[in-house]
Design a protein around this ligand. Structure first.
Ligand code: PNW
Length: 505
């Protein structure tokens, strides 16, 4: 029997004991046998596949190369004070030029799936109209290299990089004019690159780009208008349905979804008000997108509170229902939720507030480098169960999960590469998901770590490092962290040579 070690410290994951330790027992969960050891046994491969996730605007760089047009992030990054340290995505990981090295590294690690996104401004620099062949050629090269390396691509059409031209012309996602324009972009991509992949998603985290981008202004395009954010939700849903219609006609047999992110909401107290509030929080964050797709309408809790919510028509409901082939969930963390009449949150009037610290100063989980992220593997299992119980999807693929290790950016290289907190995070979250599959019968089939490489973390610039591969941004050298080796060993995808180093080192 062989154990994956390098796992010390955390005692957070001990099956049922953990659930009690966290102060909550979910009646929908079966009691879980206590784990004998904290180590995950390497000969017990998790019951889902492993992949590495990335996104074009966070890794590619080369923002003005080969005809790429400006995106809303290129412009937003230029506003003083918006990005930590004044960082920009202009070079990022230089994946545009180094993709062969990075794909080669994944091949050597034994990674079999790679989640990537296509940059709309590379394909249609003005958003619509003239196609930029060089942009399509770049993705053909990347996708061919992946297939030659035995790595299956999972492709996202839109990961926050709207062509700035469309923001200027009609206000981007605030306007219904975006719907046919996105459908055109989708059809260009499906026609040119459709044969390369069998797993697709239309949008990554519309909650994030609608509410942070249009509702709060902490991401591009930097607007602060909740009505615009809900218009964005509505237009994204319509654009998704329009793209899926074409997808199904062109690529029968391939699967498409939308990457939806949700934090677990844990009632702070045992009160009914807090229980209702926690349910409402998940309906606002996840249900606002998934309910229309599964049930053809927004959740009642949202409709009752958001006066400026656009109405889903019966035609739109019909187009949306059944418009995903698998549930693509991005999940990182949990919050405590408290019912509070009159409370207004990021999404508008919602009658709840969220916190990650109890009144007696108990943090919901260990801190990461990103302040919104606390380590709560128990919430992952509960989140998977919530999705399964509400929607009964045929398949759930976790398309992002990961951590920026506390203090990592300030550590000497050797210490950053021994990323024990990141290893423990993956160990505990994967164990929680394994329990969800094993004991709760959640149909989770795949798991993508965010991220392959340290990368441009939006408003945090390069100060937060989510990669399992370290990037030295001065030299573009890459170094494996312990977490890269942990994940690939755990999934039995490779036999690692301990002296193995990155191809370009
Ligand atoms: C996701 N928040 O975004 C994205 O899909 C990735 O692009 C990103 O790098 C990753 O999570 C890590 O942050 C998020 O503020 C952006 O709560 C913001 C938040 C959460 C997720």
């Amino acid at each position: 029997m062989c154990f994956v070690h390098a796992v010390t410290g955390s005692t957070r994951f001990q099956g049922g004991a953990l659930l009690q330790d966290g102060g909550f027992i979910n009646p929908t969960l079966q009691a879980v046998p206590k784990r004998e050891a904290l180590e995950i046994e390497a000969d017990q491969t998790p019951p889902f596949y492993l992949g590495m996730a990335t996104a074009a605007p966070q890794i590619e760089g080369a923002n003005a190369t080969d005809g790429r047009g400006p995106s809303i992030w290129d412009i937003y990054e230029g506003i003083p004070g918006k990005i930590e340290n004044g960082d920009t995505s202009a070079v990022a990981d230089d994946f545009y030029h180094r993709y062969l090295d990075d794909i080669g590294a994944m091949r050597l690690l034994g990674v079999k799936r790679f989640r990537m996104s296509i940059a709309w401004p590379r394909i249609l620099p003005n958003g619509d109209g003239q196609i930029n062949q060089k942009g399509l050629d770049f993705y053909s090269r990347v996708l061919e290299a992946l297939l030659v390396a035995g790595i299956e691509p999972h492709i996202t059409l839109y990961h926050w990089d709207l062509p700035q031209a469309l923001q200027d012309r009609f206000g981007g996602w605030n306007s219904a004019q975006i719907v046919p324009v996105f459908a055109q972009y989708a059809s260009v991509v499906f026609n040119a690159l459709g044969n390369y992949a069998s797993h697709w998603t239309t949008f990554n985290e519309p909650w994030t780009f609608c509410f942070l981008g249009y509702g709060q202004g902490s991401g591009a395009p930097g607007l602060n208008d909740k009505a615009q954010a809900w218009n964005c939700v509505y237009n994204v849903l319509q654009a998704h349905a329009a793209a899926v219609k074409q997808f199904r006609a062109l690529m029968p047999g391939a699967k498409i979804s939308m990457n939806l992110n949700c934090d677990w909401g844990q009632p702070l107290s045992g009160s009914q008000a807090d229980a209702d509030a926690a349910q409402r929080k998940i309906e606002f964050m996840l249900g606002a997108f998934a309910d229309p797709i599964f049930f053809g309408d927004f959740p009642a809790s949202v409709k009752q509170r958001i006066s400026y919510l656009p109405q889903i028509t019966s035609q739109m409901a019909a187009d949306l229902k059944g418009s995903i082939d698998y549930f693509a969930l991005n999940h990182y963390t949990s919050t405590y939720v408290i019912g509070q009449q009159g409370a207004v949150g990021l999404q508008g009037p919602c009658d709840y507030i969220e916190t990650q610290v109890t009144p007696d100063s108990h943090l919901i989980g260990d801190e990461a480098d990103s302040d919104w992220l606390k380590v709560t593997p128990w919430g992952f299992r509960l989140m998977l169960n919530w999705v399964n119980n509400r929607y009964h999807p045929s398949e759930i693929v976790v398309t992002e999960n990961g951590i920026s290790m506390k203090g990592e950016n300030d550590m000497p290289l050797a210490q950053a590469l021994e990323d024990t907190q990141q290893v423990n995070f993956y160990r505990d979250y994967i164990a929680a998901a394994t329990d969800a599959v094993k004991y709760d019968k959640v149909p989770m089939t795949g798991y993508f770590a965010w991220s392959l490489l340290d990368n441009f973390e939006w408003g945090s610039g390069y100060s937060k490092r989510f990669g399992v591969v370290h990037v030295d941004y001065r030299t573009q050298q890459r170094f494996y962290k312990a977490s890269a080796k942990f994940l690939t060993q755990l999934f039995n995808t490779t036999v690692l040579d301990p002296t193995f180093t990155y191809p370009s080192d």
